[in-house]
Design a protein around this ligand. Sequence first.
Ligand code: SF4
Length: 172
Amino acid sequence: MSEIDLVLSVGKRYGITEALDIYTSKIDVKDYVLAKCRFGCSMYGTNWCCPPSTHTPDETRQLLKEYSKAVLLIGESKGTSMHDEFRKGMLEIERNLVNKGFYKALALPMGPCRICENCTYLEGKPCRYPDQKRPSVEGMGIDILATVKRFKKNIDVVDRDKEKRFGLILLD
Ligand code: SF4
């Protein structure tokens, strides 16, 4: 089974409908993405998976040099729990990829972690479930929407009706 088959076989239970094998050189990292987190996002400084506790864009550029391949994930809305389901699915996919030999696999889902009602970040306490803590892909300075549009030219990435979800798994 190829890694893409594996991603889709696990992902379909979580609303993940498409998976593309991509080179990390095609991932857009932009300083403006962090600026949008800092100015305009209510989650900034409230969650272990959001800035400033995530990598800065420069740190992400460095990190990406250690990977050549990634998997880009696309999902359709499955109701209000889509955000959490997608994140959960990405973690399960990451686990499966590690078991298949991709030991560097690292899931980068969109948005904050919402496992706990109140993230411990604001109390200055460690994460309750560090094994499930993964940084927000935007929080890492990755322009996920531009990256998706690079491969899916006609996709409407901000179509709120369809509630599309995206994510990246750094692979190898
Ligand atoms: S598991 Fe809980 S404490 Fe950890 S990042 Fe998620 S919400 Fe915050």
